[in-house]
Structures are given as C-alpha cells and as structure tokens.
Design a protein around this ligand. Structure first.
Ligand code: PEP
Ligand code: MG
Length: 325
C-alpha cells in the first residue's frame, strides 16, 4: 500500500472537479521530516515544537532549539516548515515546569497565554527560530490565541527579537511569515479580525471541537459528543472559512480528525482547501481528494444543514460511495 501511494505522490492534488487542495504534513521531531519526501506533502503545516520541551528534563537551551529547527529546515529541503511556538499546558505538561493546580488545564495557562505571561520562555524560542532560518524563509505560528490583541502582543515580542538580532548584526530570515491558530470559538468568531493581523491561519480542529462542544478531547465518556461530523460544527467552520476568505488570508486545517476520510471530505465540502495531517494519512487523503467532486459535496451539505447529528455521517458516507469517492 505504501508503495502504491508513493507512486501517486507526483500526481496533482486536485479534486475530481478541478479544485486545488494543498496537502501538508504534521511533525514534531526531526525524524518525521523524511516523510515529507516519501509522502509528497508540500511542506510541514504544523511542527509541534513543544515536543522538544516535553521530552527533556529541563527547558531546552537556545542552542538546542536552534539546532532542531535548523535540522528540520535542512531536511525539508526548501519546502516550508510552519513552526508552532511551544504549546505547553493543558494536556501537554512538563514535569520541570510549575503549572499550578488547575481544575480545567485545557482552558488554563497554555499556548499564547503562557508565552505572553512568561516572555522569558518564548523570546529565546523566537531567537532560535530567527537564527535557524537565517537567509531562508521563516514560518512561525502562535497556538491558542483567543482574542486578536494577543497577536499584536506576540508580534511585539517577535519584533523585539528581530531588533536584537539586527543590533548584533546577525543574519535574519529572508522573509518571515506569521500565523495564528484558530482553536477556540472566541478566535473562530473573530477569525477575520485575526486574519487581518497575520499572514496565514490554521484551524486546530482538535481543540476547536473540544471547546465548541465543551467536551474534553481526551475523555472517553464524552467521546461520542465530540464529533466534527456534527452539522452544527461543520456550519460553524464554514462560516469561519467564508469570513476568513474575504480577507484573502490563507487558512489551513491541522486538526487530526482528517485521518477519517468521511470527516476530511466534509471539511473540503465546507470550504477548507489546505490541510496538514499526520504523515501516514497524506497518501490516502490525496487519493480521497482526487476522487471527490467538491462542488457536489458542498451542495449536498447545503441540503443537509439541519440534519440530526446521528444521521449526517451515514448519509454522507452513502453520498460518497454513490459518487465514487
Ligand atoms: C489542534 O488543536 O487541532 C492542534 C493541531 O493542536 P494540538 O493537537 O497539538 O493541540
Ligand atoms: Mg491545539
């Protein structure tokens, strides 16, 4: 099967009706990078930098962060790598860090909040990213943004690091693209305003669904209440995509629900055109793209907008089967 997908990696990622879909890959360690070439993904849409913070017994030094980012960029061989600044907190805790006793850590001190409250952690990371991407393109993305003003505050930290590097006459990246993740209903609701402040957006569907449904993504008891195939969630996403599209800022989807083909097809039907997914799903996903008539799927969704939750998935699966997807 792997070999089969490998032979397809040179094919265009276009739907049956000719819509271009960009397919990127999720990663977190340097050893994930060779899959870029193997899968034919267009780049890394989500590099989870916190993994390096979580596997060690202390904060990684600037030098070791820089070394990892440089290695990732080298291995990517010119393809873009979107580095997500460390999203620590919530389900991603480091033993050496004081997280406090939070009753709801997923809604607690994490992501952009931690970065802003503790610039001593994010500034060295930004420094490492700027150095690693010297004379190349730097793509950096901020997690768990909840309001547009947080983007301004984080950009200010980035600007300070750029100034610092200039004062020291260090080589800077050729270009710097700044992005934000849409992972909370508050940021989705204001996604167009956030879009105006950044170069790109990425929907973190794992967290976004968790907060949309108020259902813990890691709790088995509420698993069935956490379903991106819920018509309410899909129309919420569609509305977000449409508002962001008006700004011209590109938007991708990096939640891992795309490992399910039915969900992935539904996300295309509601207007998402760029995806970042685990390496193992890149091949099957690209095959799905080529078999889907996305305009037909969108029309199907419009006609089923108010379908009950329980029937949407089987009915859409039937639609896909009937249409050869
Ligand atoms: C997400 O929330 O969808 C996401 C991609 O980030 P993570 O899964 O690392 O929280
Ligand atoms: Mg997330």
């Amino acid at each position: 099967r792997q070999a089969l997908y490998a032979s397809e990696k040179g094919l265009e990622t276009k739907t049956k009706d000719g819509v271009d879909i960009t397919v990127l890959m999720n990663a977190g360690l340097a050893l994930d990078l060779p899959y870029l070439e193997a899968t034919g993904a267009a780049g890394v849409g989500l590099f989870r930098t916190e993994l390096q913070f979580l596997i060690g017994s202390q904060l990684p030094s600037v030098a070791s962060q820089e070394a990892l980012y440089r290695e990732a960029l080298d291995l990517a061989n010119g393809k873009p790598v979107i580095f997500r600044t460390a999203d620590i907190g919530g389900d991603k805790t480091a033993d050496y860090m004081e997280h406090g006793n939070e009753v709801n850590p997923a809604m607690g001190w994490r992501g952009a909040r931690m970065a802003l409250d503790r610039p001593g952690m994010i500034r060295p990371q930004l420094r490492a990213l700027l150095a690693a991407a010297a004379e190349r393109e730097l793509w950096v993305m901020f997690p768990f943004v909840t309001v547009p003003a947080e983007v301004d505050e984080i950009r200010e930290l980035l600007d300070r690091e750029i100034d610092r590097a200039r004062r020291r006459e260090r080589a800077l990246p050729e270009s710097i693209k700044v992005g934000a993740m849409i992972e909370t209903p508050s940021s989705a609701w204001r996604a167009d305003l956030i879009a105006d402040k950044v170069d790109f957006l990425s929907v973190g569907g794992n967290d976004l669904a968790q907060f949309y449904f108020a259902a813990d993504r890691d709790s088995e008891r509420v698993q069935r209440r956490y379903d991106p195939m819920n018509p309410g969630f899909l129309s919420f996403l569609q509305d977000t995509v449409q508002r962001v599209n008006k700004t011209g800022t590109p938007l991708s989807y990096c939640g891992e629900q795309t490992s399910d083909a039915v969900t992935a097809a539904a996300l295309m039907a509601v207007g998402i055109r760029q995806f970042s997914l685990p390496a193992a799903f890149v091949g099957p996903f690209r095959r799905l793209v080529r078999s889907l008539d996305v305009k037909k799927a969108a029309a199907w969704f419009k006609a089923h907008e108010s379908a009950p939750v329980a029937t949407l998935r089987p009915a859409f699966l039937e639609f896909l089967n009937e249409n050869g997807a």
